[in-house]
Every structure is written in C-alpha cells, then in structure tokens.
Design a protein around this ligand. Structure first.
Ligand SMILES: Cc1cc2nc3c(=O)[nH]c(=O)nc-3n(C[C@H](O)[C@H](O)[C@H](O)COP(=O)(O)OP(=O)(O)OC[C@H]3O[C@@H](n4cnc5c(N)ncnc54)[C@H](O)[C@@H]3O)c2cc1C
Length: 477
C-alpha cells in the first residue's frame, strides 16, 4: 500500500511531490496526460505575483505572499527560469488612481515588501514606452516572471530523484474506501493508498465527488493570449497590469523569462473543461486592451495564441483541507490565480496535513535538494560549449535555428528521469519550436530524434495528447 497518492502532475502536484520527498514516504503521482504540466500549468500568465491583490485573510493572500518569497531559493536549487522584474498597476486617469491607492493599502495589509505609488515621471523612466495617458502606477518590486512548465518539470524530476514515483497516462476513474485507506481505480491498474491528495486542477470537484458529498463546484474560466516575438521584448520591462474598469479586469502585458512578450488574458466561463480553443473576437479584445498599455506593441509580430482554463471555485478561495467524512483525503482545489505563485507555500502546508494524518513520519536523510544541471548550449561560455561538444558531438548539431537548440540538449531532455516523450514535451524542456517559425523547420527533426531515442516508429510519435498523431502512414514507398 502507498503512503500517499497525488492526483495531478501540475505545479501543485509537483510542488507537493517534491516537498513530500523530503520525508521517508512511499509516494506516487498520477496524471491522465502524457506529460507533467499539461493542464492549467501549461497555459497561464506565468507571473509570480507580489501578493497585494488578494483580500487579506483569504488563503490566496496568505499563500501568495509566502510563496513569492520562496522562488529565489527554489529556482536556484532546481535550475528553472525565474526573474524578479517587478510589476506595475498603471492608472490611466485620476479616477483610476483610487484603484491603485486601494491596492497599496491591501499590499500594506498583506505585508508585501516595497510596494509604493510612483508618479508619471518615475513611471516614464522605468517603463519608457508606457502610454501617454498614464498618470501613476503601483510598483511592486517583488513581482516576477517564471517558466511554469520548466518549474513543474524541475520539481517533479527532483521529487523522482528523491524516490517519488510518477505514473503518466493514468486516469483516475473511481475511488473506493477500503480498510486503512482507499483503492484508486485507473485506466491502467488499481492502487491502494493510505492518503490521497487531490491536485487535479479543473477536475478537482469530480475527484472530490468520488469520496464525499459535493461541497464546491469548479467552473473552467478560459483566458486567451498572444505571444509576441522577441523583437517586441525591449518594449516592456515590468509586468504591466491595467486597473479594472466596468468593461473588465484589464489585460496584462509582460516580458516572458525567455524575452518574448505575452499579452492577455480575458475571462470567459465555460462548461467544457477541455476547451482550449482561441477565438477571433476574444483575441481582438486582448489586442485592443494590450495596446492601451503599450501603444508601440506590434501584433504582426505575434508568433502564437493560446488559451488556459482557470479552476474557478464556487467558494472563491483556495480549498486546502482534509475532507470532512473522508479521512486521509486532502483537497487542494480551486487553485486559480495566484496558484502558480502560491504553489511552493501551499505544498509546505499540505505536507503538514499529510504528516498529521500518517503520524510518525521520518525525514528522508538522503534528500538531495538540487536537480541535475540542464545545459542551455547557446548561453554557455565558449569553453563550456567546447567541453560539451567534446563530451557529446551532438551538442555541435544545431536543430532549432530560431532558438538555437542543439541535438545534445534534445537528447538530454528525452533521457532525463521525467523525460520528454512527445514533440511538445521536448519543446517544454528545451524550447525547440518556441521561436518564430514555431517548429516549422525543426518539428520533423524532433520527431526523428524522439523516434530514434525511444525506439519507436515515426508514426507513433505524438504532438502532445495521447492520440495527437502527426504522421498517419506512408503515402509513397
Ligand atoms: C488564464 C490563466 C492565467 C493565470 N495566471 C497566473 C499567474 O500569472 N500567476 C499565478 O500565480 N497563477 C496563474 N494562474 C493560475 C495557475 O496557472 C494555476 O493556479 C496552476 O497552474 C494550477 O495548477 P494545478 O496543478 O492545480 O492544476 P493543473 O496544472 O491543471 O494540474 C492538474 C492535473 O491533474 C490532472 N488530472 C485531472 N483529472 C485527472 C484524473 N481523473 N486522473 C489523473 N489526472 C488528472 C490533469 O491532467 C492536470 O495535469 C493562471 C491560470 C490561468 C488559466
């Protein structure tokens, strides 16, 4: 019997798995997808919020403020991209100033370091391309940007290095109460476990419903985005938020950790938990609003659109608790924004709940906090590049010409302990296909490398989901 079974390998499941791996426990993580971070964690704004926004006293406020402070150490230990670039909420009129004054107050209540209002002159200095109407802004120096899937992959790799088991392509279909725990029935096999952690994102109410009465509902709330080419990267220095108006919450514009620009999201409640389609009218809305922050953004330099689904809980706050009447079953549900920012802090408390349930849990004396180094060839020194090529000639073979990714990096991404098995899995780990041509050139080469390294045929290689085949058969012999 397992000690703990986690449903969901997003940033929440990954953070909890890594935190649990500090203890001598038998832990397994299940996810229905082909890869970790294929749910909400794959598609969001990637902001590590400073923590001034959530209402004091909510779990969102508590975990955001705490989580934010944990990112420097975590990103260093696990080698994932994180930049503390600071955030701005811009007031475009004296009327909107009231909003940033309120946010400042909330920031003070939530004890967020360094939050202050900056006036137009200072704003123009730190953000020269900001629109001319801007009168002032709330500056939060501790805001930042992160690579959400790189973070989750790093957390899971480190958890697996420290003894956690990860079973992908494994969908939880039902849960039965048994003596001393639960039987978890999946599309692969049954698992027996003393404790279950429900970190299943937009499906959290469904998984909860397998063991207990309904106490909350999740609504998938879709948000759509533009990713702009790196040519636009120099136009924006901070995460730039707008003040909400009666037309909506505003659209943010931000640099990404890799130097692109992200604009979005809107908000739209859906009933379909898998609808990640983008739509022309919503993207028009995003573009129009983003241009209100930075007029010079060139949307002809758009290289990708995408949509993500927030897990909007009916309680309007994170739900983190052992479920009443279901001993040993812990909900980590309704983890909408700022869930990414909060994940490291949520994990610490969830592990405390689990330890109380299991009792007498020993530390894992072998715990290793660091992950095996991931080399980004193009940013290494000339000496290191030469050393890498000497060790493995494939570091001298450039596969992705937009992002400058070598065959060596791709092969490494496939053979790591949470290795890529799909074209998008390679892209998430080392970025071929993230550039201007979006994989038009390197995509087929990635398929060939995956097929060769995994001992599969080309037709067996999928883009992302289990059935997302790219090639369906030969047309000529
Ligand atoms: C538009 C948008 C913008 C956002 N912006 C930010 C931001 O800037 N900053 C921030 O802090 N947060 C942000 N968030 C929130 C953040 O992305 C989420 O809080 C976080 O990613 C949630 O992670 P998770 O692990 O709970 O969910 P997920 O990443 O969805 O992981 C849940 C996993 O459970 C798996 N699963 C579900 N059902 C089953 C089953 N039956 N069997 C097996 N596996 C199952 C899924 O496949 C999935 O991989 C944003 C979210 C959205 C949608």
């Amino acid at each position: 019997m397992q000690d703990i079974l986690i449903v969901g390998a997003g940033v929440i499941g990954g953070s909890i798995a890594r935190e649990l791996s500090k203890y001598s426990l038998n832990v397994v993580v299940l996810d229905k997808e082909t890869d970790v971070a294929n749910g909400t964690t794959k598609a969001n704004s990637a902001i590590v919020h400073a923590g001034y926004d959530a209402t004091e006293g909510t779990l969102m406020a508590k975990y955001n403020a705490l989580g934010n402070t944990m990112f420097d150490k975590l990103s260093e230990e696990l080698d994932f991209p994180f930049k503390r670039i600071g955030s701005l909420v811009v007031a475009n009129s004296e009327e909107e100033r009231k909003h940033i004054d309120e946010l400042l107050q909330r920031g003070i209540e939530n004890k967020i370091p360094g939050v202050r209002i900056i006036e137009k002159d200072e704003l123009k200095k730190v953000e020269p391309k900001i629109n001319e109407d801007a009168v002032a802004a709330l500056l939060a120096p501790t805001g930042g940007v992160v690579g959400p899937w790189e973070m989750t992959i790093a957390l899971m790799e480190n958890a697996v290095d420290n003894g956690v088991k990860l079973d992908l392509n494994t969908e939880v279909l039902d849960i039965e109460k048994i003596e001393g725990g639960y039987r978890v029935i999946t599309n692969q096999r049954d698992y027996e476990t003393r404790c279950i952690i429900n970190a299943s994102g937009v499906y959290a109410d469904k998984i909860h419903g397998m063991v207990a009465e309904e106490t909350f509902k999740i609504t998938p709330r879709r948000g759509q985005y533009f990713v702009l080419d790196k040519t636009q990267g120099e136009l924006v220095n901070h995460v730039i938020f707008q003040c909400p108006t009666k037309l909506g919450k505003g659209v943010l514009v931000t640099p990404t950790v890799h130097g692109n620009v992200l604009a979005g999201p809107d908000a739209e409640d859906l009933s379909d938990r898998a609808n990640l389609a983008t739509t022309a009218d919503r993207l028009d809305f995003v573009r129009e609003h983003a241009l209100k922050s930075i007029k010079e953004l060139n949307f002809r330099e758009g290289i990708r659109n995408f949509a993500g689904l927030r897990a909007q809980p009916s309680t309007n706050d994170f739900i983190i608790e052992e479920v009443e009447g279901a001993k040993g079953f812990i909900d980590v549900a309704g983890i909408k924004s700022p869930g990414l920012s909060s994940a490291p802090a949520i994990a610490v408390d969830v592990v405390e709940i689990a330890k109380k349930i299991l009792g007498d849990v020993a530390l894992n004396k072998e715990f290793k906090p660091n992950r095996k180094k991931h080399y980004e060839f193009i940013t290494e020194t000339a000496e290191k590049k030469a050393e890498l090529i000497n060790q493995d000639r494939r570091y001298g073979n450039m596969i992705c010409r937009c992002e400058n990714i070598t065959e060596g990096e791709i092969v490494d991404s496939i053979h790591r302990n949470v290795g890529a098995t799909t074209v998008d899995g390679v892209k998430k780990r080392c970025r071929p296909g993230m550039g201007r041509c979006q994989g038009g050139f390197c995509g087929p080469r990635i398929q060939e490398i995956l097929a060769r390294e995994l001992g599969k045929s080309l037709e067996e290689i999928v883009l992302d989901k289990a059935d997302s085949y790219i090639l369906t058969g030969e047309t000529k012999k």
